[in-house]
Design a protein around this ligand. Structure first.
Ligand SMILES: Nc1ncnc2c1ncn2[C@@H]1O[C@H](COP(=O)(O)OP(=O)(O)OP(=O)(O)O)[C@@H](O)[C@H]1O
Ligand SMILES: [Mg+2]
Length: 315
C-alpha cells in the first residue's frame, strides 16, 4: 500500500489568517461584495455555530430552532464557479482573513490544486483527495471545542474541473469517478463530525458539475466578467491618478467591453495584461497617455470564453 502524502508535501503554501497580505488582496477585489459577505457568513458559522444561536435568541427566541437546524446541518461545501480570471482563486485564498477577524480566531488554509497535481499515476487524484480530507479532519478535530472552536480549517480544492465532470458523462474514466467519490466521502465526513472546517471548491465548469457534489453545496456562487461599472472602477483607479482623462477612461471601458459575438475583458485581462502593457509601453522614457493606452487596448483581445458544457469534454 502507498503511504499517504504528508502535510508539507500536499499543501505547500499553507496560509494562516489574520495576515496583512491576504487582507490587502481581499480589499483589492472589485465587485465581489455579495460573494464576500455570503462566503464570510458561511465560513464564520462553521467555526462558530453559536453566532447563529445568539442571533436567534435576540430576534426570535425558541421559535427559530427548526430553522437553525437546517442552516447548521448544511454540508460544509461552497462552490465558486465561473469564467476564467474572475477572482475565484483570489477570493478563496483571502476570505479566511475576513472570517478570522470577524470571529476573533485563527484560521488556516490548506490549498490543493487539482490542475497541477494528481494528473500522474492512475489513482493519484483519489489518493490526494483522500489525504487532503484526512489531514483536514485531523487538524480540525484538534480545534473543535464544545463552544466556539479554537480555530478553523479551510480546505481549498482549486481548479477542480476534472472532479466536476459529471459521473454520468460517458467518457469519464473509472479513475475520475473514484475521485468524485473520494470527494463526496470527505465532505460527508466533515459534515457528520461537525468539525470547524469548510471546503471551498473552484471550477470553471458549473454545468458539468457532478449532481452529487452539487447537491451538497451550501452555496454555489457565480463569477462573471466585469461589467462597465467594474471596468470603470479598475481602470480609473489605476489610470486616473496618472492624468488619463475621464473620456479616455470611458473609451478604454468601451474598448474592453463585450462586442457582438465576443466577450469583454476578464478581471485578469485588465489587471495582468492590459494595465501592465500600458505601463511597460511608456517605460522608461515616456509618461502614460490616454490615446496610446487606447491603442494598446484595441490591439489586445480578451481571453476567449470558457466553454462550459455538460458533456464533460474539457480536454
Ligand atoms: N474581482 C476582481 N477584482 C480585481 N481584480 C481581480 C478580480 N478578479 C480577478 N482579479 C485579478 O485577476 C487575477 C486572477 O484572478 P483569479 O486567479 O482569482 O481568477 P480565477 O477566477 O481563479 O480564474 P481561473 O478560473 O482561470 O483559475 C487576480 O490575481 C487579480 O489580479
Ligand atoms: Mg483560479
Amino acid at each position: 500500500m502507498q503511504t499517504m502524502p504528508g502535510l508539507d508535501e500536499l499543501f505547500e503554501r499553507r496560509q494562516t489568517y489574520p495576515d496583512f497580505d491576504p487582507q490587502e488582496r481581499l480589499a483589492r477585489l472589485v465587485g465581489l461584495d455579495d460573494q464576500k459577505s455570503r462566503l464570510a457568513k458561511i465560513l464564520g458559522l462553521l467555526v462558530n455555530p453559536h453566532g447563529l444561536e445568539r442571533w436567534a435568541e435576540r430576534f426570535h427566541a425558541a421559535e427559530a430552532r427548526p430553522l437553525l437546524d437546517v442552516v447548521l446541518r448544511r454540508p460544509p461545501l461552497v462552490i465558486l464557479a465561473g469564467d476564467v480570471g474572475s477572482g475565484k482563486t483570489e477570493l478563496a485564498e483571502t476570505i479566511g482573513d475576513a472570517v478570522a477577524r470577524q470571529e476573533g480566531i485563527e484560521l488556516t488554509l490548506f490549498p490543493l490544486s487539482l490542475a497541477t497535481r494528481g494528473q500522474g499515476r492512475v489513482g493519484e487524484m483519489t489518493q490526494l483527495l483522500t489525504a487532503a480530507f484526512e489531514h483536514s479532519v485531523q487538524a480540525a478535530t484538534r480545534l473543535k471545542c464544545s463552544g466556539k472552536a479554537k480555530g478553523g480549517i479551510i480546505l481549498l480544492i482549486d481548479e477542480a474541473d476534472a472532479l466536476a465532470q459529471s459521473r454520468e458523462a460517458a467518457q469519464m474514466h473509472h479513475e475520475d469517478r473514484a475521485g468524485v467519490n473520494a470527494f463526496i466521502r470527505g465532505i460527508d465526513r466533515l459534515a457528520n463530525l461537525r468539525l470547524p472546517a469548510a471546503v471551498i471548491m473552484c471550477t470553471n465548469r458549473l454545468n458539468a458539475l457532478d449532481p452529487a457534489v452539487r447537491r451538497r453545496a451550501a452555496d454555489i456562487m457565480a463569477f462573471t466578467r466585469p461589467n462597465d461599472e467594474q471596468r470603470t472602477h479598475i481602470l480609473s483607479l489605476r489610470l486616473g491618478p496618472l492624468g488619463v482623462s475621464r473620456s479616455h477612461v470611458q473609451a478604454l471601458v468601451d474598448a474592453t467591453g463585450p462586442t457582438r459575438g465576443a466577450p469583454g475583458f476578464t478581471f485578469s485581462d485588465l489587471a495582468q495584461r492590459l494595465l501592465p502593457a500600458i505601463a511597460l509601453d511608456a517605460y522608461p522614457d515616456r509618461a502614460v497617455k490616454g490615446p496610446r493606452a487606447l491603442e494598446i487596448a484595441k490591439a489586445m483581445t480578451a481571453t476567449p470564453a470558457f466553454r462550459d458544457e455538460a458533456t464533460g469534454d474539457a480536454k
